[in-house]
Design a protein around this ligand. Structure first.
Ligand code: SF4
Length: 495
């Protein structure tokens, strides 16, 4: 028996549905975008909106059929967030800016209702509002602005990621009573479900923008790691790939660094050494010519996170890696369409060969050079790009081919992080052997993260009311475990 690609994901989906039907309000099926949550900043949601994650078609607060014909441009000056957008409202095309706020009442709280710069706004997008009354969006000239509330689900607003690191959950006992094969099948199904969600996100982004832009943004996000994921997404949106590939290499690098906010007199004057100054001068000489058309006002600059990064992952170095990746765009742009026997090898070969004469030897624009050359993308980053970007997109385009799914299962683990550590401690408690066994492969880590997201982050009862432990008993036994587990070359359990 061969495991069809969607089969395991559907099994996990049914498992989820059963659980949510039993104990908690929750999602039932196909949620295209992760819902906006209270912990997200306005800028993050704006980036997700502009990246097309929420799609193009909406129902307005008055029941209007709303279609985003074009998302416009990030506004780099005062006024609404996105300019030159085009929106069809009940079939009538309207051109103008779009404003996106966290709360519908921010329109008045921020003074937009009395600001002439907002007069032409064609759409007000928001995530939240008063529960007992209706708030209308009006311009200074008393024009009513159509509104769209982004998907927001009460069930998703559980507590943020605060659970103590070493707190075994109530599911430790029932999981401990399951065989390795049963636990592996659970993780595999959760991982496949998660992969499908990622593939769906990329599909929606690709259809809202272009496949190339969706790939470019997803790669930029992956280069930004967790802390600079949104800043890198914004940078990729402010410097679209279709424009970058038309530019000379140094011009586009200047555009990326300038749009990122890393080219100004302060950086030039504080450059660490002659070589850094020479590199910056090269970029500056190109940047000043386009600066007026590109540079955002200070209040709209990209909010980089400079702390908590390893020196190798400093945002300036990540932008250098992005520039280098665009230099190889002919190759990179085909990642989702490669019909090869070993996608991992193919992608690794392309990305391992990324070179940059300055960023191979420097951590930042200000720091002293590194004593020896440093790779632009390490093994862990390459694997994460494969697992988070390349495989989801390639599997989606290839219609869920088993060949790609089997190859995905062979991806080895990435370095542990706080969420993974918490998830494995909560589910496996002090069983170190299982914690190790079930975090050896990328898909197992993804499965753990999915369960952690679905149950641990939703739970506000200290495990007491979490329905997961009881439902685990119903998880089917090893005879329904996929053939993958029986194949010696793939199974962890038979090694
Ligand atoms: S919240 Fe549920 S899934 Fe998470 S540790 Fe507790 S019992 Fe397990």
């Amino acid at each position: 028996m061969t495991l069809n690609f969607p089969a395991a994901a559907e099994r996990y989906l049914r498992f989820r549905e059963r659980i949510f039907a039993v104990g908690v309000e929750g999602p039932t099926s196909s949620i295209v975008a992760e819902p906006a949550t209270a912990s997200e900043s306005e800028l993050e949601i704006q980036a997700r909106w502009f990246g097309g994650e929420f799609g193009r078609r909406f129902v307005g607060t008055e029941g209007e059929k709303i279609e985003i014909v074009q998302f416009g441009h990030w506004n780099r000056a005062a006024g609404p967030d996105f300019t030159e957008a085009a929106v069809k409202i009940d079939g009538t095309l309207k051109a103008g800016p779009i404003e996106l706020d966290l709360d519908v009442r921010d329109w008045e709280a921020h003074g937009h209702g009395s600001n002439p710069a907002f007069e032409e706004t064609v759409l007000h997008v928001f995530t939240d509002g008063p529960s007992l009354s209706r708030f209308y969006t009006r311009t200074e000239g008393h024009q009513l602005v159509p509104q769209v509330q982004l998907p927001q689900y009460a069930w998703s607003q559980g507590p943020p990621d605060f659970l103590p690191e070493a707190f075994p959950g109530r599911c430790v006992a029932p999981l401990g009573a399951m065989t390795d094969a049963e636990v592996d099948s659970l993780l595999l199904s959760a991982a496949q479900y998660r992969l499908q969600q990622k593939a769906e996100r990329l599909r929606v982004m690709a259809s809202s923008t272009t496949p190339e832009q969706a790939l470019f943004q997803a790669l930029a996000e992956a280069l930004g790691f967790r802390v600079n994921k949104t800043p890198m997404a914004i940078l990729s949106q402010r410097c679209p790939i279709r424009e970058l590939v038309e530019m000379e290499p140094l011009d586009r690098e200047a555009r990326l660094f300038g749009a990122a906010g890393f080219l100004n007199q302060e950086f030039v004057s504080e450059a660490a050494d002659k070589e850094s100054r020479r590199y910056l001068r090269q970029l500056w000489d190109r940047w000043w010519k386009i600066r007026d058309q590109i540079e955002p006002l200070r209040g709209r600059s990209i909010p980089w996170c400079f702390s908590g990064n390893r020196p190798l992952n400093h945002p300036q170095r990540r932008v250098g890696a992005l520039a280098s990746l665009v230099d190889s765009w002919d190759d990179v742009s085909t990642f989702w369409e490669q019909n090869v026997n070993n996608l991992q090898k193919q992608v690794n070969n392309s990305l391992r060969n990324l070179h940059h004469p300055f960023w191979e030897l420097n951590y930042t624009l200000k720091a002293d050079p590194a004593p020896k050359p440093l790779r632009l993308l390490g093994e862990d980053r390459l694997r994460d790009i494969l697992g988070n970007v390349v495989f989801p997109g390639a599997i989606e385009i290839a219609g869920g081919e088993n060949r790609l799914w089997d190859e995905y299962l062979g991806l080895r683990k990435v370095d542990s992080n706080q969420k993974l550590r918490r998830a494995s401690l909560r589910l496996f408690g002090s069983d170190e052997k299982r914690r190790k066994l079930f975090t050896s492969y990328y898909h197992q880590q993804q499965g753990l993260l999915q369960i952690y997201q679905d149950f641990c982050l939703e739970d506000v009862s200290d495990c007491e009311k979490c329905p997961f432990p009881e439902q685990l008993l119903q998880w089917q036994s090893a005879d329904q475990v996929s053939d993958r587990l029986k194949a010696p070359q793939k199974s962890l359990l038979l090694q």
